[in-house]
Design a protein around this ligand. Structure first.
Ligand SMILES: Cc1cc2nc3c(=O)[nH]c(=O)nc-3n(C[C@H](O)[C@H](O)[C@H](O)COP(=O)(O)OP(=O)(O)OC[C@H]3O[C@@H](n4cnc5c(N)ncnc54)[C@H](O)[C@@H]3O)c2cc1C
Length: 432
C-alpha cells in the first residue's frame, strides 16, 4: 500500500511546470508525490495560456532554450513515452512574424537569436508585403488609447520591415500538455494526490519538513518544490521564504481574445503568429478560421495587477476587447470591426523583470519554480530537467548557479544564474 503521508520529493502544483518537474524527478528515480488543489492537471494558469512556442527572445539563453524545447514539442509522443492511442497535445506550425517599428527595438532580439545560433530571416518592407499582403504595414504606434482621436489618424510612415522565424508555432491544448506530462510522470512512478490544497509549507530550524493540507492532514518530505503558479507567493510569504528575493512576484490579470478571420481567409496557409510591438498586440492562428491573442505586455499602464489570484473578474472586459480587436483591425483592415465578444481571462504569474525564478529558497530542501512571466509554457518540458539540476546540485551541497545545466536534447549548456531568486531585476530585456 502506498503511504501518502510522506514522500522524498513533494511537488506542489500540477500545472505544466509542476507536471514537468514531477516527470523529470520521477524518471531520475526519486520518490515523488504531486499535490494540486484542483482535481485535474493543467487547470490553473496553464489552461488559459496562448501556448505559443516561439524562438525569439531578448536574450540568447532563452532563445536557445526555446529552440531546444521545440525539439521536444516535435517529438512529444517519444518524449512522453506515450502509449498507443493516448490523447496528446499537438504542436502546430505557424511561423512568427515580428513587425519592425524601426525604433531599434528588434535589434536586441536579432542579436540574441544570432548568438544562440537560432535561425531567422530579416525581411524588407516590400518582402513583408509580398508574403503577407493582407497586412497594413503603416506605422501606427506607439500604441495609444483607442478612444484617442490620434488612434484613427492615417499615418504617413511605414514599418521598417520584419523579422520572421519559420520554426515557431503553438500547442493546440495547453491543459492537455500538462495532463500528458503528469500521465508520463505516473508511468515513471510518481504518485499524485488531487484534489489536495496545501495550506502551509512547514519549516523548522531553517529546513523544510513537509506541508499541511487545508483539511489538516500533514505530509512529510525533505524536499518540497513549489510550482503553484500565481499562488506560489501565498505559500512563500507566511514563512518569510520570499524575504531574500531580489525580484518580486506579481499576478497580472490578462485578457486573451478570440477573433474570427475575414471570410474566405484560411489561417492554416495565410495565418502567422503576428508580433506587433507597434500596436502592442500578439496574435496567433487558432484553428483554420480565427486569431487568438492579447497584449504583449509592453505597456505598463495597460497591466492589471492583482493582490489575490482568486479574486478577479473572470470575463473579458468591453474595453479590453475593443482595444485588442481594433488594434488588430488596424493591422488587418479586412477584419472590419469584430462584434461578438469572445475570449478568456488568465492570471500571469510574473516576476517583476519578467524572467522566471527557478531556485532553492533560504530554507534547506525548499525549492521554487515560479514567476514564469507569461513565457514559460514553451520551455516547460525542459523546466523539469532544469529544476532537477537545481535540486540535485543543491542537495549534493553545491551551488547550482556555478554548475552548467546540460540540455537533454542538444549539446548546449546553460547557466541557471539567470533564474536566481537573489538577482537584481533585469532591466531592458525585450519582451515580445
Ligand atoms: C493568458 C496567458 C497567456 C500565456 N501565453 C503564453 C504563451 O503564448 N507562450 C508561453 O510560452 N507561455 C505563455 N504563458 C505562460 C505559461 O502559460 C505559464 O508560464 C505556465 O502555464 C505556468 O504554469 P505553472 O505550472 O507554473 O502554473 P499553473 O498552471 O497556474 O499551475 C499551478 C498549479 O498549482 C495549483 N495550486 C495553486 N495553489 C495550490 C495550493 N495551495 N495547493 C495545491 N495546489 C495549488 C493550481 O491548482 C495549479 O494547477 C501564458 C500565461 C497566461 C496566463
Amino acid at each position: 500500500m502506498t503511504d501518502d503521508t510522506r514522500a522524498e520529493v513533494l511537488v506542489i502544483g500540477a500545472g505544466v511546470i509542476g507536471a514537468s518537474i514531477a516527470l523529470e524527478m520521477a524518471r531520475a528515480g526519486h520518490d515523488v508525490l504531486v499535490l494540486d488543489r484542483s482535481s485535474a492537471a493543467g487547470t490553473g494558469s496553464t489552461s488559459s495560456s496562448a501556448a505559443i512556442v516561439r524562438v525569439h527572445a531578448g536574450d540568447a539563453h532563452t532563445s536557445a532554450l526555446s529552440d531546444d524545447a521545440l525539439t521536444v514539442w516535435h517529438d512529444w509522443a517519444e518524449f512522453l513515452d506515450a502509449g498507443p492511442g493516448e490523447h496528446l497535445a499537438r504542436f502546430r506550425h505557424s511561423g512568427s512574424l515580428l513587425l519592425d517599428p524601426g525604433d531599434g527595438s528588434l535589434a536586441q532580439i536579432e542579436r540574441a537569436m544570432s548568438e544562440a545560433g537560432v535561425g531567422f530571416e530579416r525581411w524588407s518592407l516590400e518582402e513583408t508585403e509580398t508574403r503577407f499582403p493582407y497586412l497594413d504595414l503603416h506605422r501606427f504606434g506607439p500604441p495609444g488609447p483607442i478612444d484617442d482621436e490620434s488612434f484613427w489618424e492615417d499615418p504617413d510612415e511605414f514599418l521598417a520591415g520584419a523579422v520572421y522565424t519559420d520554426q515557431s508555432g503553438y500547442v493546440s491544448d495547453p491543459a492537455l500538455a500538462a495532463v500528458n506530462l503528469l500521465d508520463a510522470a505516473r508511468r515513471a512512478g510518481a504518485r499524485v494526490s488531487m484534489p489536495a490544497a496545501v495550506a502551509t509549507v512547514d519549516v523548522s530550524a531553517d529546513r523544510v519538513r513537509g506541508v499541511t493540507l487545508a483539511d489538516g492532514r500533514r505530509i512529510l518530505a525533505d524536499t518540497v518544490v513549489l510550482a503553484a503558479g500565481p499562488h506560489t507567493a501565498r505559500l512563500l510569504d507566511p514563512i518569510g521564504a520570499a524575504d531574500d528575493f531580489g525580484v518580486a512576484l506579481l499576478r497580472v490579470r490578462t485578457e486573451e481574445v478570440h477573433v474570427l478571420a475575414p471570410p474566405g481567409f484560411d489561417m492554416t496557409t495565410q495565418g502567422v503568429h503576428l508580433v506587433d510591438s507597434d500596436l502592442n498586440t500578439n496574435f496567433r492562428p487558432e484553428g483554420a478560421d480565427a486569431f487568438h491573442g492579447g497584449s504583449n505586455q509592453g505597456v505598463p499602464e495597460e497591466q492589471v495587477l492583482l493582490d489575490d489570484p482568486d479574486d478577479f473578474h473572470p470575463v473579458v472586459s468591453a474595453d479590453g476587447w475593443e482595444r485588442l480587436t481594433l488594434r488588430l483591425a488596424r493591422r488587418i483592415p479586412e477584419l472590419g470591426i469584430p462584434r461578438a465578444k469572445s475570449g478568456i481571462v488568465g492570471i500571469i504569474d510574473a516576476a517583476e523583470d519578467w524572467v522566471p525564478i527557478y531556485d532553492r529558497t533560504r530554507y534547506d530542501g525548499l525549492f521554487v519554480a515560479a514567476g514564469t512571466s507569461g513565457s514559460q509554457f514553451k520551455v516547460a518540458p525542459l523546466v523539469g530537467a532544469i529544476m532537477r539540476h537545481i535540486v540535485e546540485t543543491t542537495l549534493d551541497g553545491g551551488d547550482h548557479t556555478s554548475v552548467p545545466f546540460r540540455s537533454p536534447v542538444s549539446d548546449r549548456t546553460y547557466s541557471t544564474a539567470m533564474y536566481s531568486r537573489l538577482r537584481e531585476p533585469f532591466v531592458g530585456l525585450a519582451r515580445l
